[in-house]
Design a protein around this ligand. Structure first.
Ligand SMILES: [Zn+2]
Length: 708
């Protein structure tokens, strides 16, 4: 019963006692989920998995786990840590196997059959989770052990497991009267369905909002590669001879930075920002309101003033006031910086006799001009030095070798779910096998936007399992025969996601509940952000940033410029992020019965109230396509990136103070923090590593927010 799994399942129809009812399909021994995979590291047998295998595996997986939980709850022996907590950890293996694969593939390689199953499963899995966490007899055993916890002679990790599970049951509503519990079950079921519909609408809307362009002339400014990709995208859609600009999930759309045609930039921006709020079958406005309202109602039932208060109690932030305080401290200087950047852009527009006022759709295009004027280079000069294979092998893997002694060997003998996915076996410094790493780098229409890490198999001593983890990016596939040249942002993202992968791969804990990245949301981004530092570390950069045709290293002058421009446009970046974080908090700090009726008006008002309504910098996500917080696990949690960055920036300082890229430093970070997963309080882990609490100053300096 891993915590991650519970996070994946948004949250009930069957109760444990009345499970006899529906006739669900039954799993058979030829089903690839029937038993643990026999492939190395229990890698899922992707080549054997068919869409029809999921439903019976889920149905039996839930049945099996309920039977296991029933046996624990009905055990006539007195509750002990082993016959209750450990037995619970051991439960649900089949459900775990199928869930890890299904929810990973539904994010990376979905299809209409999987989407339909996902909608069908959401309320069932929610019911399943409630059937366990709202089981009175099971809770009574856990509660009894919890009362006795100081006398049970438990080791620290076991004690923490007991406390963790007890807290989870309390937060799920286990101590509430039966009538309230029934209400919770209904709410959880609805919430699960709504979140699924939200995320499917986002994906469908992205695909439906692609921009069709009639002539090549309109695409002036794009590279030949990008134009070829747009022609190919049109062909795939049956629009031969035209060009299609596919959208990504953020408000900002990459082609806007180079398109010289202002009208087309505006079309792209309008298509992006209206997603989910333009009527039609994929409109998410009503769903946003229902989700926000139901979350507030559920929080009230559980005794919290708002959903944010409920969520934040288990984060390192602890409460909304702490989050508000950080956001309020950062927002004014960030917006002030953005305004200065905007003024510089307006000067260029005016110098060119543009005759218009800077609008959001123009920002990235003119930012590139400012960059060029100020530093005499633009992004396109960098890309030839950022070829994907070199970034991965000579950059990302190289840094992990220098820090942790890891080595990587590609395994072409193992099955994958898409031909572009690559599998690497990872060996520890002593040569022992450590993990499998899957690199799924390319965008496709069956993959959701953004970049993320996930795991297929979690490390735990209890099961003797080693990790199988994956990184997912959305790098546009180049035309056949062309190299994959990355932007600087994509390079940074590759290092970032690999930081999560390291957190998963280096996990060394007993209980699956604590494995790898099973830490608070506002802590989980910290190790990944730290790993970004190596992308510009001179020794690493010199090793991977080589011209893809000549092999020449990136010229020192260009390199210095890259480093010098790192705080360039930071006002924009910080502001667009903070706007999204504020929108998330404002929705989720609403009390029950206090809901607005107009999503876009509420959003605009929220930004105005926070003093960040500077129109040329739009929020990174608007509510109707903000999957992190309305479909994913980041509700009331989008602030987590900058919260974690306080720890990150302070850690970067530590590495610099201690000589940077060395095995000694890497091993210390691994030993004190990366390997511990959620087995110790997160802030304690930080103190173990750093020797003190984090200081905010390094973050302020990095983001250029020190000015009064
Ligand atoms: Zn991340």
């Amino acid at each position: 019963m891993s915590r991650n799994l519970f996070l994946i399942m948004a949250t009930s129809l069957l109760s444990m006692s009345s499970q006899a009812a529906p006739a669900l399909p039954t799993i058979t021994p030829d089903n690839p989920f029937y038993a643990a995979s026999t492939l190395p590291y229990q890698l899922p047998p992707f080549d054997r998995i068919k869409d029809a295998d999921y439903a019976p595996a889920f149905a039996d997986g839930m049945r099996q786990q309920l039977t296991e939980m029933r046996a624990i709850a009905d055990n006539s022996a007195k509750p002990t840590f082993d016959n209750t907590l450990v037995a619970m950890e051991r439960s649900g293996r089949l459900l775990n196997r199928v869930s890890e694969v299904f929810f990973n593939l539904s994010g990376t390689n979905t299809n209409p059959v999987m989407q339909a199953l996902e909608r069908d499963l959401a309320p069932k899995l929610s019911a399943h989770r409630d059937a366990i966490q709202l089981d009175g007899k099971l809770y009574a055993r856990i509660d009894k052990l919890y009362e006795q916890r100081t006398t049970l002679a438990l080791d620290p990790q076991s004690l923490r497991l007991l406390e963790r599970v007890h807290t989870d049951f309390v937060r799920a509503g286990a101590p509430l009267p039966l009538a309230s519990q029934q209400k919770l079950r209904d709410m959880n079921s609805q919430l699960a369905s709504l979140a699924t519909t939200f995320s499917q609408n986002v994906l469908n809307e992205i695909n439906a909002s692609a921009i069709t362009v009639d002539t090549r002339a309109e695409l002036d400014g794009l590279s030949d590669n990008a134009i070829a990709a747009a022609a190919l995208a049109a062909k795939v859609r049956g629009l031969d001879g035209k060009y299609v600009l596919a959208l990504v999930n953020t408000t900002g759309q990459p082609p806007a930075s180079s398109l010289t045609n202002r009208a087309l930039r505006q079309r792209l921006y309008d298509a992006s920002t209206i997603r989910g709020s333009r009527g039609g079958e994929f409109d998410n406005r009503a769903i946003v309101l229902q989700l926000a309202s139901l979350r507030a109602d559920r929080a009230a039932l559980l005794g919290y003033p708002s959903h944010a208060a409920y969520v934040l109690q288990e984060e390192t932030a602890k409460n909304p006031a702490a989050v508000n305080q950080l956001l309020a401290r950062l927002a004014p200087p960030a917006v002030a910086n953005a305004r200065v950047e905007g003024d510089a852009i307006q000067k260029i527009i005016d110098a060119e006799k543009g005759g218009f006022k800077l609008a959001a759709a123009d920002w990235t295009f003119y930012t590139e001009k400012v960059r060029k004027a100020r530093f005499d280079f633009d992004e396109t000069q960098l890309r030839p030095y950022f070829e994907l294979e070199s970034v991965l092998q000579n950059g990302v893997f190289f840094a992990a070798n220098k820090l942790y002694g890891l080595t990587f060997k590609e395994r072409k003998d193992l099955p994958v779910y898409d031909p572009s996915v690559r599998v690497f076996e990872v060996f520890d410094a002593d040569g022992k096998p450590l993990a499998l790493f899957l690199a799924d780098m390319y965008a496709r229409s069956s993959k959701r936007g953004g970049a993320w890490m996930n795991s297929y198999v979690e490390q735990s001593d209890l099961f003797g399992t080693r990790p199988v983890v994956a990184n997912h990016l959305n790098i546009p596939q180049p035309p056949d025969g062309e190299p994959t040249l990355l932007t600087f942002d994509e390079v940074t993202t590759a290092f970032h996601e690999f930081g999560h992968a390291l957190h998963g791969m280096m996990s060394n804990v007993r209980y699956p509940t604590f494995s790898g990245t099973s830490v608070p949301r506002d802590f989980v981004e910290f190790p990944s952000q730290v790993n970004e530092m190596w992308s510009v570390w001179p020794e690493v950069l010199a090793n991977y940033a080589k011209h893809y045709q000549t092999g020449a290293p990136m010229p020192k002058a260009l390199l210095d410029k890259v480093l010098a421009t790192r705080t360039f446009n930071e006002g924009f970046r910080t502001t667009e992020y903070l706007k999204a974080a504020l929108i998330d908090q404002q929705w989720h700090q609403l009390g029950a019965g206090n809901m607005p009726t107009d999503v876009l008006a509420f959003e605009a008002e929220a930004l105005k109230k926070a003093g960040v309504d500077y129109a040329p910098v739009p929020p990174r996500y608007r509510s109707t396509y903000f999957s992190h917080v309305f479909a994913g696990g980041y509700s009331a949690g989008y602030y987590a990136y900058i919260w974690s960055e306080v720890l990150d920036a302070d850690t970067v300082e530590w590495f610099k103070e201690h000589g940077g890229l060395t095995r000694k430093n890497g091993d210390w970070f691994r030993q004190t923090l990366l390997s511990r997963g959620g087995s110790v309080d997160a802030m304690q882990l930080f103190r173990d590593f750093r020797g003190r609490d984090a200081k905010i100053e390094p973050l302020l300096v990095r983001r250029g927010l020190t000015a009064p």
